[in-house]
Design a protein around this ligand. Structure first.
Ligand SMILES: [Zn+2]
Length: 314
């Protein structure tokens, strides 16, 4: 009992150091950004949102491939892992597993937003129709005829999602299943005898989960800042209370970037254009560089002040 208590204390101290990561430079197993997982949303049989002439899956892939090239040039010391490089479909469960097996330090999912068209209704003309009145008698009556049509939703701009912090328990679950990702081998061995629901482990997972949440929030806000520098309208970094499964299924900080609205004709053109894609990738690369720099040069204590999203679009 005493031994266990002692071991628990030592374990806790080790884990605190691990989770904070600053104390001992040799014990910084996954402090920096060594491998970034880029996830092009949708693919194959899953087209995602549709515009007038293009689909979300194709835009996501084009942007992701360009992002891969740019990152290789701009951040040569970072590995890039792509969840897809062609037009294929994998369920998000498979994508999350790929990201975890690739031992990424960061998960960046690229998507395109869509807002439902706006329905309009307008009086067109009157028609004379024969109807029955309440007593069953046939009468002729003038009835209004309406014209209905849909116009594109003017919603536009970018938004970057992180998992809702009410989803931290799922994040804990993802981390418990992938503990080797962020436990150095010594701690892993020490903890091997403990069951996953042991308070010591729980402590580590909670610390890590909180840290991942803060890092994801930091990156999401930085991405949106960089988009704004290109004159994009930012719908801000947001938590999705409904949850985005893949964001809490990966055992690493994770963001989902909605790069623009395919439902807005102007933005659909922008998303498909070379200039648009270059701007989007440049903004993301700059944000990733700032994120990496802030992790590696000082311990970031940025508090997340991210508003809960109203939800709705993917
Ligand atoms: Zn999507």
């Amino acid at each position: 009992m005493l031994r266990l208590f002692f071991f628990t204390l030592v374990g806790l101290m080790t884990l605190e150091g691990l989770a904070n990561g600053e104390n001992d430079p040799k014990k910084q197993p996954r402090q920096g950004v060594r491998r970034i997982v880029i996830d092009a949303g949708h693919g194959g049989s899953d087209p995602g949102a549709r515009g007038r002439y293009s689909t979300e899956k194709d835009i996501c892939l084009a942007i992701s491939l360009r992002l891969e090239q740019m990152l290789k040039q701009e951040m040569p010391d970072v590995d890039i892992y792509m969840t897809r490089k062609t037009d294929i479909f994998d369920p998000v469960t498979v994508k999350a597993r790929m990201a975890n097996e690739a031992k990424g330090d960061l998960f960046v999912s690229i998507h395109v937003n869509s807002a439902e068209g706006i329905r309009h209704r307008e009086l067109s003309h009157y028609e004379t129709r024969t109807v029955r009145n309440s007593k069953g008698k046939k009468i002729t009556k003038k009835v209004p005829v309406y014209r209905t049509w849909t116009s594109p939703n003017p919603a536009k701009g970018t938004e970057t999602f992180i998992w809702g912090n009410n989803k931290n328990e799922e994040k804990l679950g993802a981390m418990q299943e992938n503990e080797n990702l962020y436990l150095d081998s010594v701690s892993a061995r020490e903890l091997a005898d403990f069951d996953p629901y042991d308070p010591v482990k729980f402590q580590l997972y909670s610390l890590k989960s909180k840290q991942y949440f803060e890092r994801s929030a930091l990156l999401a806000m930085t991405v949106e800042e960089e988009f704004q520098k290109f004159g994009r309208i930012s719908r801000k970094a947001q938590q999705r209370q409904k949850g985005i499964w893949v964001l809490h299924a990966v055992a690493m900080p994770a963001v989902l970037i909605e790069t623009g609205f395919i439902s807005n004709p102007e933005e659909e053109d922008y998303l498909n254009s070379e200039q648009g894609q270059i701007e989007i990738c440049t903004a993301i690369v700059r944000a990733l560089k700032r994120y990496k720099f802030s992790l590696e040069n000082k311990s970031s204590n940025s508090q997340s002040s991210i508003s809960p999203a109203k939800g709705g679009q993917r």
